[in-house]
Design a protein around this ligand. Structure first.
Ligand code: DGL
Length: 261
């Protein structure tokens, strides 16, 4: 059996990371789990997010995965250390792309759009303490925005109006660089750009995570040799409901299986 690359998110947002992994590593077999029954993680307590993340991580490992990519900033913030202790396979976590944002800001003001779970995490605070010296970091929790993506609201006037409200604190603070610190938000990048204007630089972590995944597999001599890769998608929610949005975000029809955890 070929060992898959496990990818996990609270919902469909992590497909933005899976897409980058597919681009960088087209021969790999991706095993994607969306914990749709518990989305959004951003509004849940740390203990619950940690318990879900550990349970799903263990399941993915039990499927023979050679690496686990936690394609969720919120789950990484709440559970990365615990997951690394629990699992035998390498675990790659996500964090908002604050480091590149601090390097690239011209006016010393950076915005971070992320869930409240991510923004209150010790992991995020460490990132700010270690890398954002002298830079103003404007935290922008966006309650409900991940749900809009889950519901397929990816463009149009309703999203534009809501996005305007989401980014108001960023506009008011005059940030010139904004981090999309939740994997769902990458799918509404155009709406964020519309709301903030063309001069604000938008950054996310997807490409960096794909490079890191390649590096880890290369170091372990575990890269697939060639040939076409594949994607298998499972949801803890209703597969019939998930399939259309997975299709839209992935760009091709995709069977979705039910996972009981
Ligand atoms: N996609 C997740 C992240 O990157 C969060 C969405 C949610 O609240 O579940 O943080």
């Amino acid at each position: 059996m070929t060992a898959p690359v496990g990818v996990f998110d609270s919902g469909v947002g992590g497909l933005s990371v899976a897409r980058e992994i597919r681009r960088a590593l087209p021969s790999e077999h991706l095993l994607y789990v969306a914990d749709t029954a518990y989305v959004p993680y951003g509004d849940r307590g740390d203990d619950e997010v940690r318990a879900r993340t550990l349970a799903i991580g263990e399941w993915i490992q039990s499927q023979g995965a050679k690496v686990l990519v936690v394609a969720c900033n919120t789950a990484s913030g709440a559970a990365l250390e615990a997951l690394r202790e629990r699992l035998a396979i390498p675990v790659i976590g996500l964090e908002p792309a604050l480091k590149p944002a601090v390097r690239q800001t011209r006016n010393g003001r950076v915005g971070v759009m992320a869930t409240s779970g991510t923004l209150r995490s010790a992991r995020f605070q460490r990132l700010v303490d270690n890398y954002a010296d002298g830079v103003q970091v404007v935290r922008d929790p966006c309650p409900g925005l991940a749900d809009l993506v889950e519901d397929g609201l990816l463009a149009g006037p309703e999203l534009a109006e809501r996005m305007d409200a989401y980014v108001a604190p960023l506009r008011e603070s005059g940030v010139d660089t904004v981090v999309l610190g939740c994997t769902h938000y990458v799918f509404v990048r155009d709406a964020v750009r519309e709301a903030l204007g063309p001069d604000v630089l938008l950054l996310d972590s997807g490409e960096a995570i794909a490079r890191r995944t390649r590096q880890i597999l290369a170091d372990a001599g575990a890269l697939e040799g060639g040939g076409p890769g594949s994607l298998r998608v499972l949801t803890t929610g209703d597969p019939a409901e998930a399939a259309p949005i997975v299709h839209r975000l992935w760009g091709e029809p995709q069977q979705v299986e039910r996972l009981e955890i």
